[in-house]
Structures are given as C-alpha cells and as structure tokens.
Design a protein around this ligand. Structure first.
Ligand code: HPA
Length: 255
C-alpha cells in the first residue's frame, strides 16, 4: 500500500473505502491502528488521528507510532486533514488551505525518531516540509470540484489543548501565520524524517480568538466539520485517484 489518509477532527471513518479491514501494527513506540480498504482498485490506508471516538487530545496522540506504522506497511504518501482556526480575516471559515510551511509552538511532544545514540544525530531538512507534488494535485482537484482552496499557507501549531488568546492570534498573524491548529507538528516532521510525502488539507472552521467575536468551543469546531466533511471527502478521494506511482518530488531525500 502506498497511500494513506490521516483523518483529523471530524474525519473519523474510512467510509470512502470498501472492504475495510483493521490492522494493529506493533512499532518501537507502541501500537498503531490502521484501517485498510480499496478505492478505485487501489489499496489505501486510513488512520483516525484522535482515535475512533476522538478520545485523544492533540498532545497525547502517538505521532511516532502512527507514522512509523504507516511506513512499516509500505506507505510513501500521506494526505492528512486538519481543522484549523484562521489568523487573518482574508482566510475565511469554510475555505481550505493547502499548507506549505509551519511555525512550531508545541512544547512537550516527542518530535523525532532520531534520539542520538545508535540512531545517530540527524538534522532533517525542512525547506519543503509539505510535499509540493501532493499539494499541487490537491489544488488542481479542489479547483475542478469548485472547492475554495489556497495553494500554500503557514500553519501555526500550538501545544493546545486550550485555544489561543487573542494576543497569541495577533502575534501569529504578525509572524506570518495563516491558520492555527494543534496537530501538524510533529506529524509532518516525522514523515519528513522517514522520507515520506506528506500534505495537509487544513479546513478553516472558525476565526481565531479575538478575530472571532464569540468565545470558541470544541463543539463548534465539530459541528462545522460535520457540516463540511462531504467536500473534504470529495477532495481527498479525487486527489487519491490522481497520485502517480512515481514520485517527482524531493521528499524521499530526508536528511
Ligand atoms: N485554534 C486551534 N486549533 C483549532 C482552532 C483554533 O481556533 N479551530 C480548529 N482547530
């Protein structure tokens, strides 16, 4: 299997796949659960980042086990979804951002496979953290489907699980952040470390604190996602069908 989807908030089931089977993969970092199924004659993996019942908060997700397990079963390309808030007025709720950069504001997460010792000291290049080839495929597919999407954007990853203060959202905007979420780091970093292609469709569910006039709630994010998940699914599956067998990017050269 070469392609897998990591479903974020609001995307919990592999409904788009047929003949779904569940596999538990043992990794050096713990167990990971992957659903595998068929789409268009192709075997595709699906993983719910927060677990089937959204039981895991962003800082407790076992990112290392998840990415390791996907690589272990042969996955080279990952399409991930993420619910995000917007750091600027022009990036409107309901739109999608195909992110190409991140700013890392996480604090307490194991964020590398390379811990020194026998594994050696490795500093992985992050010039292009998100795969440009997958991003272009997603962008073309979004345009054809009439789904509003931006080709590129800066994802600010916070530690969570709390939402941000208005001062933080203001700061993130000044620093060049477009959207804010809690999961892309270290997921994208770990994929880069293993030479896998990784792309994120960030679905803007709300304006960040302070831009939004009302207090934020997780329920509001969940409600927004369930109202908009159909478009996300259409985009994912159109893109999956178009990923060529050969990779034309530099993602495989990991460090
Ligand atoms: N902040 C952080 N994460 C989020 C938000 C937000 O406003 N909306 C959805 N995920």
């Amino acid at each position: 299997m070469r392609i897998a989807i990591i479903g974020g908030t609001g995307v919990y089931d592999p409904a788009i796949l047929s003949d779904v089977r569940t596999r538990t993969v043992v990794t050096p970092y713990g167990l990971a659960v992957i659903n595998t199924g068929i789409y268009n004659g192709m075997e595709v993996g699906f993983m719910a980042r927060h677990g089937a019942g959204h039981a895991l908060p962003p800082h407790k997700v076992n990112y290392r086990a998840n990415i390791w397990a996907l690589r272990e079963i042969g996955v080279e390309r990952i399409l991930a979804t993420a619910a995000v808030g917007s750091c600027r007025r022009e990036v409107e709720p309901g739109s999608m951002v195909l992110v190409d950069q991140f700013l890392d504001f996480t604090k307490s997460r194991p964020s590398t496979f390379f811990e020194g010792g026998e594994g050696g000291v490795v500093h992985t290049d992050m010039t292009e953290p998100y795969c440009p080839e997958l991003r272009q495929i997603l962008y073309d597919a979004a345009n054809e489907l009439g789904i509003p999407a931006r080709n590129g954007g800066v994802y600010v990853c916070t530690e969570g699980p709390r939402f941000e203060t208005p001062a933080e959202i203001r700061m993130f905007g000044m620093l060049g952040g477009d959207v804010v979420g809690m999961t892309s780091v270290p997921e994208v970093v770990l994929a880069r470390e293993l030479g896998m292609c990784y792309a994120t469709i960030a679905m803007v569910t709300n304006y960040g604190a302070g831009i939004s006039p009302a207090p934020l709630s997780h329920q509001e994010v969940l409600d927004f996602m369930s109202a908009n998940v159909a478009n996300l699914r259409r985009l994912l599956m159109t893109a999956v069908g178009r990923i060529p067998a050969e990779r034309h990017c530099h993602c495989a050269v990991s460090s």
